[in-house]
Ligand binder design. Sequence first.
Ligand SMILES: Nc1ncnc2c1ncn2[C@@H]1O[C@H](COP(=O)(O)OP(=O)(O)OP(=O)(O)O)[C@@H](O)[C@H]1O
Ligand SMILES: [Mg+2]
Length: 379
Amino acid sequence: MHVDLVLDFYKELSEFNKLVVFLILLGCVVGLLVSNIVTFWGRQKRISEINELKKARDAALREKKELEDRFIALDKVDDHVWKRAVQGSPPAFVSRSKRKTRFISICNLKGGVGKSTLAGNLGLALALRQHAVLMIDLDFQRTLSGYVCDIELLVNARSKDQTSKHLLNPTADVKIVHQYALTIPAVPRARIIPADEGLELVEYTQQARFYVNPAYEVRFLLRRLLHDEAITEQFEYVLFDCPPRMTTACINALTCSDAVFLPTSLDQVDIDAVYRTLKWLEELKDFHDIEMVGVILSKCQMRKGRLTRQELQQLKNLEERLKQQSPDNTVVFDSQIPDSPVIGRSAALRRPSVLDDETRHWFLDLAEEVERRIRHETG
Ligand SMILES: Nc1ncnc2c1ncn2[C@@H]1O[C@H](COP(=O)(O)OP(=O)(O)OP(=O)(O)O)[C@@H](O)[C@H]1O
Ligand SMILES: [Mg+2]
């Protein structure tokens, strides 16, 4: 009924008015269409924004889960972070038959047993016996650097920041080894990369990174750098002077080495540290390829060139215990370095004992024994 009325009304309109009504109606329809399209478009936009937000939320949740897992893993890490399983494959330990270099860590987890004195004098003695030797000071106390290095060369190396801490950089280039290795004027076949205090910070930083992120591997940095033809073609011996703690540098020296030399006196406290260090080596055996452990008696009490009766007894006990604890590859060297005031003073005088007529023979004898044993024990 209403529709008929509307149609009658429309028919009675002039042509012009009909056109106006038509245009009004058309405008309404187009307006309606446009508003629908705008609403639809806005909704689509909101949907895609919501999807983006969902993706961001999922990513944040994943990250949160990863962090939670990492914290749970951290909670389970005891103080032996170095025993953590290796993720991926570490740099290759180049087979001993393929290189002339022997890598030796001078290591003992006890301080003051004569590691640096031994590293310096043994390194120089091997060089005096015509071998190309590289000594690397891995202790931020830098005793070895001060002991064998010419003071001016040392000051210069430090001012140029050319010290051993840079060897613990995962992207270090082997060229820096040659660049940083200082020649020792009195013994030209011997070279040394000195340490500085900055090593301590580098070690802590690397250890902390590894601690929070097990994928950030820091235990094979020296192996990666030094098991390289640029080194193994040039040096016959590389000696690491380790600190008396299982630091980043120390674990790196071990994973790079063929042999460990453990200096000790025959004092019971020092001997106990030998067992402790051997235990560590055993616990870390999945990470290193050490073929020989040589216990070297340093600072031992001697009378007329022979051990005192009490020291002989201590030596016997030590040898027996070593047979039980690590029967295969541990030897006690025949050469012995006595507790000598002349050697003691050499550190203060910065004059290595192997360059002193009175004390030279002890270290030359030891070097001869090292050559003999190391070729025999490590192929
Ligand atoms: N055979 C020796 N006779 C007498 N004194 C020695 C002998 N060997 C080392 N010393 C002295 O013992 C002290 C400690 O020696 P050295 O620095 O070599 O030990 P270390 O094990 O490297 O110490 P640290 O663990 O602090 O690095 C030094 O004063 C050094 O001169
Ligand atoms: Mg030392």
